[in-house]
Every structure is written in C-alpha cells, then in structure tokens.
Ligand binder design. Structure first.
Ligand code: FAD
Ligand code: SF4
Length: 540
C-alpha cells in the first residue's frame, strides 16, 4: 500500500538520550520550534542488553519523563515514545513489547514514517554502542547525522587527546593538575591551594569499633506521580530483572539534584575526605554524596558541584583534604575516564590482558553468599543500585579480579547493576581500574589485596564465617586464598613490577607445604561457589 499521507517536513529531528537531560545542552542552541522537533524514546534494549537493575531502569525512565514534562511545559515540540503506550503482545506465555519500542533505531524508524527530515541532530552519546548504531542507521538511509559536542564536561573537545600526545603513560594525577591550572579550581595563582596537589594521605581514615556513630538521615525523595508511573512500567515490563523497588529515593529532576547537592555540602562534605575509603555494615551511604547518577544524567553540571564544594572551603565549612578529595573525583577521575574511554574504544571492550577465564560467580546476581563483605555490598546494590567507590573497587571488584573473572562478564554486571552506570564511566573503572584487563593503561598496577584490607577498612569481617588472616585453613578467607593463587598465576608477569615485586617476594617465601595447602584451599573455594555464566543463562 503506498503511503498516501503527506509527511511533515522538519529541518532537524533533535534526539535527546536518557542521559542527556540538561537544558543548557548545545542541542537547544539555534533550536527553532517552527522548523525542528525534539525526540525522546524509552526503549527496551536499554534495560535488556544487560539486565538492568530495576532501580536503574526506574531512575532513567522517571528522569526522562520529568525532563519531557518540563520541555512540554515550555511549549517545545516534543515526540516522546513511552513504553507505557506500547502494545504488549503475548509471546510464548511472556508479554513482549512491540518492535517500535525494542531499540533506539526501531523507535526512530517508527517516528520517521511521519516526517520528511533534513537531518538528525544529537549530542555525542555516552555509549560507543549507541553511537555506532545511530551512525549505521543514518548511513544506510543517507540521512545526515549532526553530532554535537557535550558541553556538560569540563574538558574542552580535543583537550584530552592533545594532553595524551607524546606521553608514554596517561595518569589521572597529571591530567587533573592540567585541568586545575586551566580552570583555576583550588588554585592560588599558579600554585595548588594549601601547597599540595593531593591530600589523599589524610583520606584513609577508618572507624573505631563503635562505627560511624549517628549519621544524618539520608535525603531520599518520595516518588511523585511521574516516578510512580515509571515504577509501574518497570514492575510490569521487567519483572525478572535484578534488584528490587522496596524503596526508591533517587533524585529524578534537577530541583531534587540541587537539593541533594546542598544536603551533601552541608552535612557530609566535612567528613567526606577522612572516611572516603571506610565501609560499615548496613551503612550504604556514610559520607558519600550519591550525586553520580544525577551528574551522569546531567541533571547537575560537574562545574556547579565543584564550585559548591570550593565555596564551602572558602567559607570555612569544610577542610581542604575533604574538598580537594571530592573535587579530584569529579575534575580528575570523572573527566579522565571519559577522555580515556573515547580514545580507547572499541578496543578496550575486548581486552583481557591477564587472560582471565572464569565465569562470574552466580551470587553476584542474587547476593546469596556467605562472605559478609560481598553479601553486604551486593545486597545494597540490589536494594538501591548503589555502592561507594571502595565497595566497588575493593570488595566486588577485588573478588572478581582474584577469581580471575572474564572481563566482559564483570563489565556487564557493573553496567547492569548501578544506578549511575553509563558505559563511558563504568567501563574504564571496571576494565581499567578494577580488573587490569587493559594490562596497565589506566591503572599502574592491579588493585589486589587479601581479606586483611577489608578487615582494616570495615567491620564486615567481624561477623563473617571466614578469617581474613588465614589462607589455607578451613576458615580461610576466600579473598586471602585467591590473592595468593592470583599472584602464583601471574608471578612471571609481576615479579619485577615496581609496585608488586614485594608481594611476589612474600609469595616466594612460602614453603612447598604452604603452597600446596593454599592451592588445595583455592580449589575448595572454586567448588564452593557456583559460577555458571548466570547472565547467559538468565538473559531476559
Ligand atoms: P562520591 O564518593 O561522593 O564521589 C563524588 C563524585 O565523584 C561521584 O558522584 C562521581 O561523579 C565522581 N567519581 C568518583 N570516583 C570516580 C571514578 N573513579 N570515576 C568517575 N567518577 C568518579 N561511577 C559512575 O558514575 N558510574 C559507574 O558506572 C561507575 N562504576 C564504577 C565501577 C568500579 C569497579 C569502580 C571502582 C568505580 C566506579 N565508579 C562509577 C566510580 C565511583 O565508584 C562512583 O562514581 C561513586 O561511587 C558514586 O557514588 P557517589 O556519587 O556517592 O560518589
Ligand atoms: Fe570478606 Fe574475608 Fe572479611 Fe569474610 S573474612 S568479610 S570474606 S574479607
């Protein structure tokens, strides 16, 4: 049947992706409501290409729906494809969504039937996969695609690649210093505030046996009607995805994100530095800001967050070690991982420098595990989609590393489980910093440790059936056993490594009897935890 309906002529169809919810984006520059249209779509693929935690899916849908509402309130022309208006069709007893809502490109194809479009416009996506699929889609149809720079970030387009040129190694610390000098953040003239660039030495505090004491109650937001609608969508369409929605308190609009920033600066920033690395049973947030999701959705700009912290320092409300430590995470790490992501993709995705071959243990998806540190850290992710940096690096990340997990499996887990997971920031942290899958491009050494590290930084071990100091006994901590196994496996590689040689020396001091006992215990550990490629078997 020929399409007899005339298609509406449009100059630019302007795409807004789920993590591009900033009204000051370059997409709106020169936007003409008479000639252009905004376009947003909720698509299943974003919750199923890895089985997204329900908390994460609700966050994205709720934030997109709020942003769409604010655009409509401004009177801007917007097409919004909601999963709620999609038809469900029964398929082998399961409801499946119609094809228009399966993927970004199928949703686009559906919309483009109505329009005669001169070009598609969008800000550079945060995910290489999305960029490629849009590029291919447009190339196949000879549809011009205009990619705009992402003005959310502090680094200017091209600044990171210019900095990389001629350097043998790319280390966050030097990139961070360059950005501080260029922006004047925490600078006195050309010198760093306080005389040092980095106050990490003051940021390794642990709690006494009494724990953190009474903490301010976390600022959690009550779900309004729009967020409730997102909760129902996820409950209806993604019942088998991991995570739960017993509570949901994430900021889903700019006004809430600003409230959370204010709360953090007033209540948590002063002690953020000192207890940045500490962990405590049933205390998921401690002094961490919980701002990553709002930042990654672009409800907040990194510069405004940094300026709020800098102002607290200038007003004497927070000490320098806390303020510098916090600003380094955002100005240093966050900008660094983004630069590295775009300079190393797509190769980074498939790197496996340590030839890690094991399946990720199944308990990562369920939290059902007898190691207390992991049970706590994973249950918290299932409940809230959150873990702070040290839980991610030195509990879930460390165990996956010592288990010698296939990097793409642990990458999929992190991408699926955390509310702030967008690939440009997740992948470098997982494959680079936590798993050393790139052989040292991002981190100067693998972050490996025995259970003693967890014992020092938390109270998890106190209630655990295992003993962090023991490697080969019946009570041996699996971290400690697998630490020695890891070193033995990679002995040749790390024997002369400047930062690991000492650890290899300790390994060499083990006599044959101890080595055999550790190897036997390692075998027990591997048999005790099932690792069946759970994701492949449970893919929704
Ligand atoms: P805070 O501790 O309050 O820190 C302040 C802010 O600094 C964060 O909100 C975040 O925007 C930024 N930040 C801190 N560390 C990093 C870092 N290493 N890289 C980039 N930004 C940083 N962060 C994500 O945003 N998304 C992810 O998917 C993600 N995956 C991670 C996976 C692993 C294995 C590791 C080790 C880290 C990961 N991080 C990720 C970084 C960091 O753990 C989170 O940003 C932080 O825990 C978020 O909690 P918060 O907002 O309370 O952070
Ligand atoms: Fe984790 Fe080992 Fe401590 Fe148990 S003893 S909580 S497994 S580090």
């Amino acid at each position: 049947m020929p399409n007899t309906q005339a298609r509406q002529a449009i100059r630019h169809l302007c795409l807004i992706l789920g993590d591009q919810l900033n009204r000051d984006s370059l997409l709106f520059e020169g936007f003409d409501p008479q000639k252009d249209r905004l376009w947003m779509a909720e698509v299943m693929e974003e919750s199923t290409h890895v089985p997204s935690n329900k908390q994460r899916s609700v966050l994205f849908l709720a934030a997109m729906r709020h942003f769409a509402q604010s655009l409509r309130d401004e009177g801007l022309p917007l097409d919004y494809l909601s999963l709620d208006t999609s038809d469900l069709s029964p398929n082998e007893g399961k409801a499946t969504i119609n094809s228009a809502h399966q993927s970004l490109t199928s949703a686009l194809a559906h919309s483009l039937q109505q329009y005669q479009v001169q070009s598609l416009k969008l800000v550079l996506p945060g995910d290489y996969r999305v960029l490629q699929s849009l590029k291919h889609y447009c190339a196949d149809r000879q549809l011009p695609l205009e990619l705009l720079a992402d003005n959310h970030f502090i680094a200017k387009p091209g600044e990171f690649s210019a900095w990389q040129k001629g350097k043998k190694q790319w280390r966050m610390e030097y990139w961070y210093r360059q950005l501080r000098k260029r922006t004047g953040i925490l600078m006195r003239g050309d010198q760093p505030e306080g005389g040092d660039w980095n106050y990490d030495k003051d940021n390794r505090g642990t709690f006494s046996s009494q724990g953190p004491g009474l903490l301010d109650e976390a600022l959690l937001f009550v779900a309004d009607e729009i967020t409730q609608s997102a909760i129902s969508t996820v409950t209806r369409l993604l019942p088998d995805n991991p995570g739960n929605l017993m509570s949901f308190g994430w900021p889903v609009k700019r006004q809430q994100a600003l409230q959370l920033l204010e709360f953090f600066i007033a209540k948590q920033l002063p002690l953020f530095g000192e207890y940045q690395d500490a962990m405590w049973t049933n205390e998921p947030w401690l002094y961490h800001s919980r701002l990553s999701a709002a930042l990654n959705l672009k409800l907040l700009s990194p510069l405004e967050v940094i300026q709020a912290a800098e102002q607290a320092y200038a007003q004497g409300k927070a000490p320098l070690n806390a303020v510098e430590g916090f600003i380094r995470q955002i100005l240093g790490w966050r900008e660094f991982v983004r630069g590295l992501y775009w300079s190393l993709m797509p190769d980074w995705h498939s790197m496996n420098a340590l030839d890690a071959r094991h399946n990720l243990p199944d308990f990562y998806w369920t939290g059902q595990v007898d190691m207390r540190c992991l049970a706590q850290s994973i249950q918290q992710v299932l409940d809230h989609g959150y873990g702070h940096h040290i839980q991610r690096l030195m509990v879930t990340g460390l165990f996956a590393q010592l288990w010698q997990t296939q990097p793409h499996q642990i990458h999929a887990w992190y991408l699926a489980m955390y509310v702030d997971a967008v690939e440009w920031v997740e992948l470098p942290n997982v494959l680079g910093m936590s798993q050393y899958a790139d052989g040292g491009i991002m981190a100067s050494k693998p972050y490996i440790a025995t259970g003693r590290y967890v014992a020092k930084m938390s109270n998890y071990c106190a209630g655990c059936r295992y003993k962090p100091d023991e490697a080969e006994t019946d009570n041996a901590c699996p971290f400690t056993t697998l630490y020695w196994e890891f070193l033995a496996t990679h002995r040749a590689r790390f024997a002369n490594h400047p930062r690991l040689a000492l650890q290899v020396k300790h390994l060499d001091n083990h006599n044959a009897e101890k080595r055999a006992a550790i190897a036997k215990r390692a075998q027990w550990v591997r048999e005790h935890y099932s690792a069946t490629n759970y994701l492949a078997n449970h893919q929704t």
